[in-house]
Design a protein around this ligand. Structure first.
Ligand SMILES: *Cc1c(COP(=O)(O)O)cnc(C)c1O
Length: 440
């Protein structure tokens, strides 16, 4: 428990950035679902079976088999977390002047694409940028947009299509099986590989089961396997779907590309049979993957997110709809309709929520979007959101009630804040460490 005085002082010390608040000063932590899930007894038992040999750990082979079984990819390159995989994939596939199309950017993913010299081009459907559009698959790729990029640049300048499932920045929105099938066809026509951001692909599979015709009788496990079969490889943050606190991987079907990745992993991550993870970490991840594809687990996980979202909708609070897989996204523009985007409405709202109750959320708007690498100008994303991210198997519905009540408090508070001014801006991924002071 925290007091208003404690929270005021903690927030000031943190420069009004929830990433800079100490976890001890947080009451309910909805900053992220990254590495914050609770491991099961089965996973903890696996930790006791860690084979900590430098080379050829049996836990690596178990993880490799597990990824092959559930995701279907041929080669597994372990990494310390998702961005390690993104780094390696970008370095082995991309050259300066390349173009990477994708269904909305993700912060670290786009950073590594740009760091390798490429330009990211958004090819998601327009509905994804509208928080009120009720499309069931707002993560879908717009095939016309994608084809235009393919025609303009061709396979020599497009190393791959970056396909995310579910789409985090759009509000945890899924891609349909029909869409990925069409995308595959189009990419085959232009000979462009598809690299999946598989971080939340199991959640995506659950949405396909719930929403897409012909899939209601299929298991999440089978749907996941089919979905991945339309792609050529993927990057994974083990900290999300796979239910572990740290870890990740890059997986590839192409032998030549996998060889390049194995050459590179030893420079940046560790040997190709651990890549920055301990043996016990790899065992816990293999077991986490097995658990993550259970239908009941996904129903409980996404059901809890829906519980919070439905409560907020009932009380008339503006959120992104449909409710996403891993989080409920507050629409900060509708909380503060008079606040300019340069005054950071979502950053302000996350600060107000923390002040009200000690609930910690995160900004997903102009701060996260950063600057254009060429012009140095701010990106102005249509979506200006605050993400209430639910860790898996951690909180109860009572915590969701407390959170919803605090959101309502902030929403109905007649005294509206004036916004924030950024007083420190880091060069890369600024949202993590930027500092602000209140205006007015
Ligand atoms: C978290 C995340 C990443 C990056 O993974 P890390 O393990 O945090 O490095 C990439 N893509 C998506 C969609 C994510 O949610």
């Amino acid at each position: 428990m925290t007091t208003p005085e404690m929270r005021r002082s903690a927030l000031e010390q943190a420069g009004y950035n929830t990433f800079l608040i100490r976890s001890e000063d947080v009451y309910i932590d909805l900053l992220t679902d990254s590495g914050t899930s609770a491991m099961s007894d089965y996973q903890w038992a696996g930790m006791m079976l860690g084979d900590e040999a430098y080379a050829g750990s049996r836990n690596y082979y178990n993880l490799e088999n597990t990824v092959r079984k559930y995701y279907g990819y041929k080669h597994l390159i372990p990494t310390h977390q998702g961005r390690g995989a993104e780094h390696i994939l970008s370095q082995i596939s991309t050259k300066p002047g390349d173009v990477v199309p994708g269904n909305m950017y993700f912060t670290t993913t786009r950073y590594h694409q740009e760091h390798a010299g490429a330009k990211f081009v958004d090819v998601i459907i327009d509905e994804a940028h509208d928080p009120t559009a009720l499309h069931p698959f707002k993560g879908n790729v717009n095939l016309n947009k994608l084809e235009a990029v393919c025609k303009e640049y061709g396979k020599d300048r497009i190393p791959y299509l970056s396909l995310a499932a579910t789409v985090n920045m759009a509000g945890g929105q899924p891609v349909s099986m029909e869409n990925v099938r069409q995308v595959r066809k189009l990419c085959d026509k232009y000979e462009i590989p598809i690299m999946l951001d598989a971080t939340r692909a199991v959640e995506n599979a659950y949405f396909i089961q719930q929403r897409e015709e012909g899939y209601s009788h299929k298991s999440v496990e089978d749907i996941l396997k089919e979905f991945c079969s339309y792609t050529d490889g993927g990057t994974m943050s083990g900290k999300k779907d796979p239910l572990v606190n740290i870890g990740g991987w890059l997986s590839l079907n192409d032998d030549g590309l996998a060889e390049k990745a194995r050459n590179m992993v030893v420079v940046y991550e560790g040997l190709h049979t651990y890549g920055g993870m301990s043996g016990r970490d790899m065992e816990a991840m293999a077991r986490g993957i097995e658990e993550s594809v259970e239908d009941d687990h996904m129903r409980a996980r996404i059901g809890q997110v829906e519980y919070l979202g439905e409560l907020l909708l009932e009380w008339g609070i503006p959120i992104v709809q449909p409710i996403g897989g891993h989080a409920v996204y507050l629409d900060a523009r509708r909380f503060y309709p008079d606040m300019a985007q340069d005054q950071f409405p979502a950053q302000t709202l996350a600060a107000e929520l923390y002040l009200d109750s000690g609930v910690r959320a995160m900004e997903r708007g102009i701060v996260s979007a950063g600057r254009d690498v060429v012009t140095g100008k701010n990106h102005y994303p249509k979506l200006e959101l605050v993400r209430l991210t639910i860790p898996r198997r951690v909180y109860t519905q009572a915590h969701m009630d407390v959170t919803a009540e605090s959101v309502l408090n902030v929403y109905s508070n007649p005294k509206k804040p004036k916004g924030l001014q950024m007083v420190y801006e880091p060069e890369y991924l600024r949202f993590f460490q930027a500092r602000f002071t209140p205006l007015g």
